[in-house]
Design a protein. Structure first.
Lengths: 223, 223
DNA sequence: GCCGTTTCGATATTCTTTTATCGGTATAAA
DNA sequence: TTTATACCGATAAAAGAATATCGAAACGGC
Protein backbone atom coordinates (compact mmCIF):
# COMPACT_ATOMS: atom_id res chain seq x y z
CA UNK A 1 0.00 0.00 0.00
CA UNK A 2 1.08 3.52 -0.61
CA UNK A 3 -0.27 5.06 2.55
CA UNK A 4 2.35 7.54 3.62
CA UNK A 5 2.54 7.54 7.36
CA UNK A 6 1.10 10.89 8.24
CA UNK A 7 2.25 10.66 11.84
CA UNK A 8 4.77 13.43 11.78
CA UNK A 9 7.73 13.30 14.09
CA UNK A 10 7.29 15.07 17.38
CA UNK A 11 9.18 18.22 18.15
CA UNK A 12 11.01 16.73 21.13
CA UNK A 13 12.17 13.88 18.93
CA UNK A 14 13.20 16.31 16.26
CA UNK A 15 15.25 18.28 18.73
CA UNK A 16 17.10 15.15 19.79
CA UNK A 17 18.21 14.23 16.29
CA UNK A 18 21.07 16.74 16.23
CA UNK A 19 22.41 15.22 19.43
CA UNK A 20 22.56 11.81 17.81
CA UNK A 21 24.08 13.27 14.73
CA UNK A 22 26.78 15.03 16.68
CA UNK A 23 27.71 11.84 18.47
CA UNK A 24 27.76 9.95 15.21
CA UNK A 25 30.17 12.46 13.71
CA UNK A 26 32.45 12.05 16.67
CA UNK A 27 32.41 8.29 16.44
CA UNK A 28 32.89 8.38 12.72
CA UNK A 29 36.03 10.41 13.25
CA UNK A 30 37.19 7.66 15.59
CA UNK A 31 36.80 5.11 12.87
CA UNK A 32 33.73 3.28 14.11
CA UNK A 33 31.38 1.84 11.53
CA UNK A 34 28.56 0.34 13.57
CA UNK A 35 26.47 1.81 16.34
CA UNK A 36 23.68 0.55 18.50
CA UNK A 37 20.99 2.73 19.93
CA UNK A 38 21.94 1.38 23.33
CA UNK A 39 25.30 3.08 23.03
CA UNK A 40 23.69 6.28 21.87
CA UNK A 41 21.25 6.18 24.76
CA UNK A 42 23.92 5.49 27.34
CA UNK A 43 26.10 8.29 26.11
CA UNK A 44 23.32 10.84 26.05
CA UNK A 45 21.50 9.73 29.15
CA UNK A 46 18.35 8.77 27.29
CA UNK A 47 16.31 5.62 27.20
CA UNK A 48 17.34 3.21 24.49
CA UNK A 49 13.75 2.72 23.36
CA UNK A 50 13.37 6.41 22.95
CA UNK A 51 16.44 6.59 20.77
CA UNK A 52 15.17 3.73 18.63
CA UNK A 53 11.85 5.47 18.17
CA UNK A 54 13.52 8.70 17.21
CA UNK A 55 15.73 7.00 14.67
CA UNK A 56 12.81 5.06 13.27
CA UNK A 57 10.82 8.26 12.93
CA UNK A 58 13.63 9.71 10.88
CA UNK A 59 13.50 6.70 8.60
CA UNK A 60 16.55 4.87 9.84
CA UNK A 61 16.49 1.11 9.98
CA UNK A 62 18.91 -1.12 11.78
CA UNK A 63 19.56 -4.81 12.09
CA UNK A 64 19.27 -6.94 15.20
CA UNK A 65 22.50 -7.79 16.91
CA UNK A 66 24.35 -5.51 14.50
CA UNK A 67 22.81 -2.16 15.18
CA UNK A 68 22.92 0.62 12.65
CA UNK A 69 25.51 1.24 10.01
CA UNK A 70 27.10 4.44 11.20
CA UNK A 71 27.60 6.01 7.81
CA UNK A 72 24.12 5.13 6.66
CA UNK A 73 22.49 6.33 9.86
CA UNK A 74 24.35 9.60 9.63
CA UNK A 75 23.25 10.08 6.05
CA UNK A 76 19.65 9.28 6.84
CA UNK A 77 19.55 11.76 9.69
CA UNK A 78 21.24 14.48 7.68
CA UNK A 79 18.87 13.92 4.81
CA UNK A 80 15.87 13.91 7.09
CA UNK A 81 16.92 17.23 8.55
CA UNK A 82 17.79 18.65 5.19
CA UNK A 83 21.38 19.08 6.23
CA UNK A 84 22.84 17.05 3.41
CA UNK A 85 22.75 19.52 0.57
CA UNK A 86 23.93 22.99 1.39
CA UNK A 87 21.12 25.43 1.91
CA UNK A 88 21.64 29.12 1.58
CA UNK A 89 20.45 31.74 4.01
CA UNK A 90 20.32 35.48 4.32
CA UNK A 91 21.41 37.10 7.52
CA UNK A 92 19.44 40.19 8.42
CA UNK A 93 21.03 42.27 11.13
CA UNK A 94 24.70 43.16 11.20
CA UNK A 95 24.94 43.97 14.89
CA UNK A 96 26.88 42.01 17.47
CA UNK A 97 24.53 39.07 17.30
CA UNK A 98 24.66 38.93 13.54
CA UNK A 99 28.41 39.06 13.59
CA UNK A 100 28.56 36.23 16.06
CA UNK A 101 26.25 34.15 13.89
CA UNK A 102 28.43 34.74 10.86
CA UNK A 103 31.44 33.62 12.83
CA UNK A 104 29.67 30.53 14.18
CA UNK A 105 31.40 27.50 12.81
CA UNK A 106 28.47 25.19 13.21
CA UNK A 107 26.41 26.37 10.26
CA UNK A 108 28.53 24.84 7.55
CA UNK A 109 28.40 21.47 9.28
CA UNK A 110 24.61 21.69 9.11
CA UNK A 111 24.54 22.54 5.46
CA UNK A 112 23.81 26.17 5.98
CA UNK A 113 25.72 28.95 4.30
CA UNK A 114 25.15 32.62 4.88
CA UNK A 115 25.36 34.05 1.40
CA UNK A 116 24.47 37.66 2.07
CA UNK A 117 24.17 40.04 4.98
CA UNK A 118 21.57 42.78 5.25
CA UNK A 119 20.82 45.48 7.75
CA UNK A 120 18.07 48.05 8.17
CA UNK A 121 20.69 50.79 8.40
CA UNK A 122 23.99 49.57 7.04
CA UNK A 123 27.05 51.68 7.68
CA UNK A 124 28.58 52.63 4.34
CA UNK A 125 31.25 50.18 3.36
CA UNK A 126 30.55 47.92 6.33
CA UNK A 127 31.68 44.34 5.97
CA UNK A 128 30.62 41.35 8.06
CA UNK A 129 32.29 38.03 7.64
CA UNK A 130 33.96 39.16 4.47
CA UNK A 131 30.68 40.16 2.90
CA UNK A 132 29.31 43.63 2.32
CA UNK A 133 26.35 44.64 4.42
CA UNK A 134 23.50 45.43 2.08
CA UNK A 135 20.46 47.60 2.71
CA UNK A 136 17.13 45.90 3.17
CA UNK A 137 15.87 47.44 -0.03
CA UNK A 138 17.91 44.92 -1.97
CA UNK A 139 16.57 41.93 -0.10
CA UNK A 140 13.56 41.11 -2.24
CA UNK A 141 15.40 41.32 -5.51
CA UNK A 142 18.28 39.15 -4.33
CA UNK A 143 16.00 36.61 -2.66
CA UNK A 144 14.17 36.12 -5.90
CA UNK A 145 17.26 35.82 -8.04
CA UNK A 146 19.23 33.57 -5.70
CA UNK A 147 16.25 31.42 -4.71
CA UNK A 148 17.07 31.73 -1.05
CA UNK A 149 14.38 30.34 1.23
CA UNK A 150 15.75 30.92 4.71
CA UNK A 151 16.37 34.13 6.57
CA UNK A 152 18.11 34.65 9.89
CA UNK A 153 16.59 37.56 11.75
CA UNK A 154 18.99 39.18 14.19
CA UNK A 155 17.85 42.76 14.59
CA UNK A 156 16.77 44.51 17.80
CA UNK A 157 13.33 43.74 19.07
CA UNK A 158 11.74 47.02 18.07
CA UNK A 159 12.64 46.49 14.43
CA UNK A 160 11.96 42.78 14.35
CA UNK A 161 8.33 42.77 13.32
CA UNK A 162 8.69 45.19 10.44
CA UNK A 163 11.84 43.47 9.26
CA UNK A 164 10.25 40.08 9.53
CA UNK A 165 7.28 41.18 7.48
CA UNK A 166 9.64 42.55 4.90
CA UNK A 167 11.48 39.23 4.78
CA UNK A 168 8.24 37.36 4.37
CA UNK A 169 7.24 39.74 1.61
CA UNK A 170 10.53 39.07 -0.11
CA UNK A 171 9.57 35.44 -0.47
CA UNK A 172 11.58 33.86 2.31
CA UNK A 173 9.78 30.74 3.48
CA UNK A 174 11.54 30.21 6.78
CA UNK A 175 12.69 32.69 9.36
CA UNK A 176 15.01 31.86 12.21
CA UNK A 177 14.15 34.55 14.67
CA UNK A 178 16.73 35.59 17.24
CA UNK A 179 14.84 38.68 18.32
CA UNK A 180 13.08 38.41 21.67
CA UNK A 181 9.66 38.74 20.12
CA UNK A 182 6.98 36.40 18.93
CA UNK A 183 6.75 36.83 15.20
CA UNK A 184 3.40 36.08 13.67
CA UNK A 185 3.76 36.12 9.93
CA UNK A 186 0.89 33.90 8.92
CA UNK A 187 0.90 30.31 7.87
CA UNK A 188 2.97 30.86 4.76
CA UNK A 189 6.17 31.44 6.68
CA UNK A 190 7.75 29.00 9.09
CA UNK A 191 9.13 30.88 12.07
CA UNK A 192 11.41 29.25 14.59
CA UNK A 193 12.14 31.19 17.71
CA UNK A 194 15.44 31.31 19.58
CA UNK A 195 14.87 32.85 22.94
CA UNK A 196 17.73 33.07 25.36
CA UNK A 197 15.44 34.33 28.07
CA UNK A 198 13.56 31.03 28.11
CA UNK A 199 16.75 29.12 28.64
CA UNK A 200 17.92 31.55 31.28
CA UNK A 201 14.62 31.20 33.09
CA UNK A 202 15.16 27.50 33.57
CA UNK A 203 18.70 28.00 34.72
CA UNK A 204 18.11 30.84 37.15
CA UNK A 205 15.09 29.16 38.69
CA UNK A 206 16.98 25.96 39.25
CA UNK A 207 19.86 27.96 40.65
CA UNK A 208 17.50 29.78 42.97
CA UNK A 209 16.00 26.48 44.04
CA UNK A 210 19.43 25.32 45.09
CA UNK A 211 19.61 28.04 47.71
CA UNK A 212 16.01 27.80 48.85
CA UNK A 213 15.49 24.11 49.56
CA UNK A 214 11.79 24.27 48.86
CA UNK A 215 10.02 26.42 46.35
CA UNK A 216 10.42 30.17 46.49
CA UNK A 217 8.87 31.95 49.48
CA UNK A 218 5.13 31.80 49.51
CA UNK A 219 4.30 34.61 51.89
CA UNK A 220 6.56 33.22 54.60
CA UNK A 221 5.33 35.79 57.11
CA UNK A 222 3.26 34.37 59.92
CA UNK A 223 -0.13 35.98 60.53
CA UNK B 1 -0.92 25.89 57.43
CA UNK B 2 2.69 26.20 56.45
CA UNK B 3 2.85 23.30 54.05
CA UNK B 4 4.97 24.51 51.16
CA UNK B 5 3.59 23.10 47.97
CA UNK B 6 6.32 20.81 46.78
CA UNK B 7 4.85 20.43 43.33
CA UNK B 8 7.59 22.03 41.33
CA UNK B 9 6.77 24.00 38.23
CA UNK B 10 7.20 22.17 34.94
CA UNK B 11 9.91 23.13 32.52
CA UNK B 12 7.47 24.10 29.75
CA UNK B 13 5.68 26.39 32.16
CA UNK B 14 8.97 27.82 33.30
CA UNK B 15 9.95 28.59 29.73
CA UNK B 16 6.72 30.48 29.18
CA UNK B 17 7.20 32.80 32.11
CA UNK B 18 9.65 35.08 30.26
CA UNK B 19 7.09 35.51 27.51
CA UNK B 20 4.53 36.74 29.97
CA UNK B 21 7.09 38.94 31.62
CA UNK B 22 8.10 40.49 28.35
CA UNK B 23 4.51 41.30 27.50
CA UNK B 24 3.96 42.76 30.94
CA UNK B 25 6.93 45.06 30.53
CA UNK B 26 5.54 46.26 27.23
CA UNK B 27 2.12 46.92 28.70
CA UNK B 28 3.60 48.58 31.71
CA UNK B 29 5.39 50.99 29.42
CA UNK B 30 2.03 51.75 27.87
CA UNK B 31 0.65 52.73 31.22
CA UNK B 32 -1.62 49.78 31.89
CA UNK B 33 -2.11 48.71 35.46
CA UNK B 34 -4.34 45.66 35.24
CA UNK B 35 -4.06 42.55 33.12
CA UNK B 36 -6.14 39.45 32.68
CA UNK B 37 -4.74 36.11 31.71
CA UNK B 38 -7.21 36.12 28.85
CA UNK B 39 -5.38 39.04 27.31
CA UNK B 40 -2.04 37.38 27.85
CA UNK B 41 -3.29 34.18 26.30
CA UNK B 42 -4.79 35.92 23.28
CA UNK B 43 -1.65 37.87 22.61
CA UNK B 44 0.63 34.86 22.88
CA UNK B 45 -1.61 32.34 21.20
CA UNK B 46 -1.95 30.21 24.31
CA UNK B 47 -4.92 28.89 26.18
CA UNK B 48 -6.12 31.13 28.98
CA UNK B 49 -6.28 28.24 31.41
CA UNK B 50 -2.70 27.43 30.68
CA UNK B 51 -1.63 30.97 31.41
CA UNK B 52 -3.53 30.93 34.68
CA UNK B 53 -1.88 27.72 35.71
CA UNK B 54 1.55 29.05 34.87
CA UNK B 55 0.99 32.23 36.82
CA UNK B 56 -0.41 30.30 39.75
CA UNK B 57 2.63 28.03 39.72
CA UNK B 58 4.82 31.09 39.98
CA UNK B 59 2.89 32.22 43.01
CA UNK B 60 0.84 34.96 41.42
CA UNK B 61 -2.68 35.49 42.57
CA UNK B 62 -5.37 37.53 40.86
CA UNK B 63 -8.86 38.62 41.56
CA UNK B 64 -12.00 37.66 39.67
CA UNK B 65 -13.34 40.23 37.28
CA UNK B 66 -10.26 42.37 37.94
CA UNK B 67 -7.43 40.17 36.78
CA UNK B 68 -3.93 40.66 38.03
CA UNK B 69 -2.29 43.83 39.16
CA UNK B 70 0.30 44.40 36.50
CA UNK B 71 3.04 45.71 38.73
CA UNK B 72 2.50 43.01 41.30
CA UNK B 73 2.39 40.24 38.73
CA UNK B 74 5.58 41.48 37.15
CA UNK B 75 7.31 41.58 40.50
CA UNK B 76 6.13 38.11 41.42
CA UNK B 77 7.39 36.66 38.16
CA UNK B 78 10.70 38.43 38.40
CA UNK B 79 11.17 37.29 41.94
CA UNK B 80 10.21 33.74 41.06
CA UNK B 81 12.80 33.68 38.31
CA UNK B 82 15.41 35.38 40.44
CA UNK B 83 15.55 38.30 38.06
CA UNK B 84 14.72 40.92 40.66
CA UNK B 85 18.06 41.38 42.32
CA UNK B 86 21.03 41.64 40.01
CA UNK B 87 23.03 38.47 39.79
CA UNK B 88 26.59 38.45 38.66
CA UNK B 89 28.09 36.09 36.14
CA UNK B 90 31.44 35.23 34.67
CA UNK B 91 31.79 34.93 30.94
CA UNK B 92 34.27 32.28 29.86
CA UNK B 93 35.24 32.51 26.23
CA UNK B 94 36.16 35.76 24.52
CA UNK B 95 35.55 34.62 20.96
CA UNK B 96 32.85 35.89 18.64
CA UNK B 97 30.10 34.25 20.65
CA UNK B 98 31.38 35.63 23.90
CA UNK B 99 31.60 39.10 22.43
CA UNK B 100 28.05 38.86 21.18
CA UNK B 101 26.85 37.79 24.62
CA UNK B 102 28.60 40.73 26.24
CA UNK B 103 26.90 43.04 23.78
CA UNK B 104 23.51 41.45 24.30
CA UNK B 105 21.26 44.04 25.84
CA UNK B 106 18.87 41.54 27.35
CA UNK B 107 20.98 40.42 30.28
CA UNK B 108 20.64 43.55 32.34
CA UNK B 109 16.87 43.39 32.01
CA UNK B 110 17.01 39.91 33.51
CA UNK B 111 19.14 40.91 36.41
CA UNK B 112 22.32 39.47 35.03
CA UNK B 113 25.56 41.35 34.86
CA UNK B 114 28.75 40.02 33.35
CA UNK B 115 31.37 41.13 35.82
CA UNK B 116 34.44 39.48 34.36
CA UNK B 117 35.56 37.84 31.15
CA UNK B 118 37.91 34.89 30.96
CA UNK B 119 39.47 32.91 28.17
CA UNK B 120 41.62 29.79 27.98
CA UNK B 121 44.16 31.69 25.89
CA UNK B 122 43.64 35.43 26.26
CA UNK B 123 45.47 37.70 23.88
CA UNK B 124 47.63 40.08 25.88
CA UNK B 125 45.78 43.28 26.54
CA UNK B 126 42.57 42.02 24.99
CA UNK B 127 39.41 43.79 26.06
CA UNK B 128 35.85 42.61 25.66
CA UNK B 129 32.95 44.84 26.51
CA UNK B 130 35.26 47.26 28.26
CA UNK B 131 36.66 44.56 30.51
CA UNK B 132 40.05 42.92 30.37
CA UNK B 133 40.12 39.29 29.29
CA UNK B 134 41.61 37.30 32.12
CA UNK B 135 43.30 33.90 31.97
CA UNK B 136 41.43 30.94 33.38
CA UNK B 137 44.02 30.59 36.11
CA UNK B 138 42.46 33.55 37.88
CA UNK B 139 38.95 32.18 37.75
CA UNK B 140 38.89 30.22 40.97
CA UNK B 141 40.34 32.97 43.07
CA UNK B 142 37.99 35.61 41.71
CA UNK B 143 34.94 33.37 41.94
CA UNK B 144 35.62 32.82 45.59
CA UNK B 145 36.24 36.45 46.37
CA UNK B 146 33.35 37.87 44.37
CA UNK B 147 30.90 35.13 45.36
CA UNK B 148 29.85 34.63 41.77
CA UNK B 149 27.63 31.60 41.26
CA UNK B 150 26.92 31.62 37.54
CA UNK B 151 29.23 31.06 34.61
CA UNK B 152 28.54 31.47 30.92
CA UNK B 153 30.50 28.96 28.90
CA UNK B 154 31.17 30.11 25.36
CA UNK B 155 34.33 28.33 24.24
CA UNK B 156 34.73 25.98 21.26
CA UNK B 157 33.43 22.48 21.71
CA UNK B 158 36.79 20.80 22.05
CA UNK B 159 37.66 22.94 25.06
CA UNK B 160 34.24 22.94 26.60
CA UNK B 161 34.48 19.90 28.84
CA UNK B 162 37.81 20.80 30.40
CA UNK B 163 36.75 24.40 30.84
CA UNK B 164 33.45 23.39 32.33
CA UNK B 165 35.13 21.14 34.85
CA UNK B 166 37.44 23.97 35.76
CA UNK B 167 34.47 26.25 36.28
CA UNK B 168 32.77 23.69 38.46
CA UNK B 169 35.97 23.29 40.42
CA UNK B 170 36.09 27.03 40.92
CA UNK B 171 32.83 26.85 42.80
CA UNK B 172 30.39 28.07 40.16
CA UNK B 173 27.02 26.51 40.86
CA UNK B 174 25.35 27.14 37.52
CA UNK B 175 26.74 26.95 34.04
CA UNK B 176 24.99 28.29 30.97
CA UNK B 177 26.55 26.22 28.26
CA UNK B 178 26.65 27.59 24.75
CA UNK B 179 29.06 24.96 23.47
CA UNK B 180 27.50 22.25 21.31
CA UNK B 181 28.27 19.52 23.80
CA UNK B 182 26.46 17.83 26.60
CA UNK B 183 28.22 18.79 29.79
CA UNK B 184 28.00 16.31 32.61
CA UNK B 185 29.43 17.89 35.70
CA UNK B 186 27.66 15.92 38.36
CA UNK B 187 24.71 16.85 40.47
CA UNK B 188 26.43 19.72 42.23
CA UNK B 189 26.35 21.97 39.20
CA UNK B 190 23.25 23.04 37.33
CA UNK B 191 23.92 23.02 33.61
CA UNK B 192 21.57 24.59 31.11
CA UNK B 193 22.24 23.90 27.48
CA UNK B 194 21.75 26.30 24.62
CA UNK B 195 21.93 24.38 21.38
CA UNK B 196 21.29 26.21 18.16
CA UNK B 197 21.39 22.96 16.24
CA UNK B 198 18.25 21.78 18.01
CA UNK B 199 16.38 24.86 17.00
CA UNK B 200 17.70 24.65 13.48
CA UNK B 201 16.58 21.05 13.24
CA UNK B 202 12.98 22.01 13.85
CA UNK B 203 13.15 24.83 11.38
CA UNK B 204 14.86 22.99 8.58
CA UNK B 205 12.62 19.97 8.90
CA UNK B 206 9.50 22.08 8.76
CA UNK B 207 10.97 23.92 5.84
CA UNK B 208 11.70 20.66 4.10
CA UNK B 209 8.18 19.47 4.83
CA UNK B 210 6.84 22.49 3.02
CA UNK B 211 8.39 21.31 -0.21
CA UNK B 212 7.59 17.64 0.24
CA UNK B 213 3.88 17.59 1.04
CA UNK B 214 4.09 14.36 2.99
CA UNK B 215 6.91 13.09 5.09
CA UNK B 216 10.27 12.43 3.52
CA UNK B 217 10.44 9.51 1.10
CA UNK B 218 9.90 6.20 2.78
CA UNK B 219 11.01 3.80 0.06
CA UNK B 220 8.43 5.11 -2.40
CA UNK B 221 9.29 2.42 -4.88
CA UNK B 222 6.54 -0.11 -5.51
CA UNK B 223 7.47 -3.80 -5.13
C1' DG C 1 -30.16 46.53 45.91
C1' DC C 2 -30.37 43.17 42.05
C1' DC C 3 -28.48 41.05 37.94
C1' DG C 4 -25.48 40.18 34.04
C1' DT C 5 -20.81 39.94 32.71
C1' DT C 6 -16.09 39.10 33.27
C1' DT C 7 -12.47 36.57 35.19
C1' DC C 8 -10.09 33.73 38.60
C1' DG C 9 -9.58 29.07 40.67
C1' DA C 10 -10.23 24.17 40.73
C1' DT C 11 -11.40 19.84 38.67
C1' DA C 12 -11.79 16.57 34.86
C1' DT C 13 -10.72 14.88 30.32
C1' DT C 14 -7.92 14.24 26.37
C1' DC C 15 -3.67 14.16 24.18
C1' DT C 16 1.23 13.70 23.92
C1' DT C 17 5.48 12.00 25.44
C1' DT C 18 8.13 8.92 27.93
C1' DT C 19 9.16 4.53 29.92
C1' DA C 20 8.56 -0.47 30.26
C1' DT C 21 7.79 -5.13 28.31
C1' DC C 22 7.72 -8.74 24.92
C1' DG C 23 8.78 -11.16 20.67
C1' DG C 24 11.76 -11.87 16.69
C1' DT C 25 16.16 -11.93 14.24
C1' DA C 26 20.88 -12.30 13.19
C1' DT C 27 25.54 -13.20 14.69
C1' DA C 28 29.02 -15.86 17.16
C1' DA C 29 30.58 -19.53 19.93
C1' DA C 30 30.33 -24.41 21.29
C1' DT D 1 24.01 -27.69 14.18
C1' DT D 2 22.69 -25.92 18.38
C1' DT D 3 22.57 -22.44 21.77
C1' DA D 4 23.42 -18.12 23.88
C1' DT D 5 23.57 -13.31 23.35
C1' DA D 6 22.77 -8.73 21.73
C1' DC D 7 19.83 -5.86 19.42
C1' DC D 8 15.86 -4.07 16.71
C1' DG D 9 10.86 -3.46 16.29
C1' DA D 10 6.25 -3.21 18.05
C1' DT D 11 2.95 -2.90 21.60
C1' DA D 12 1.37 -1.51 26.13
C1' DA D 13 1.46 1.05 30.30
C1' DA D 14 2.61 5.23 32.88
C1' DA D 15 3.56 9.96 33.44
C1' DG D 16 3.09 14.50 32.17
C1' DA D 17 1.11 18.46 29.90
C1' DA D 18 -2.42 20.84 27.29
C1' DT D 19 -7.24 21.72 26.86
C1' DA D 20 -12.15 21.85 28.32
C1' DT D 21 -15.69 22.45 31.86
C1' DC D 22 -17.76 24.18 36.06
C1' DG D 23 -18.35 27.04 40.19
C1' DA D 24 -17.34 31.35 42.74
C1' DA D 25 -16.25 36.14 43.24
C1' DA D 26 -16.30 41.02 42.07
C1' DC D 27 -17.38 45.08 39.35
C1' DG D 28 -20.67 47.91 36.45
C1' DG D 29 -25.11 48.92 34.98
C1' DC D 30 -30.05 49.00 35.89
Amino acid sequence: MLVAMTTSISVPSLRRLPLYLRLLETWRAEGRTQVSCTHLADDLGFDSTQVRKDLAAAGATGRPKIGYDLQELRDVLRRFLGWDNPGEAFLVGAGPLGQALVAYEGFAARGLAIVAVFDPAPAPGAMVGGKPVLPLTKLKDLAGRMHVRLGILAVPADQALATGQLMAGAGLQGIWNFAPLRLDLGAQVVVEQVDLAQSLAVLSHRLASLSNPSDPPKSPEPP
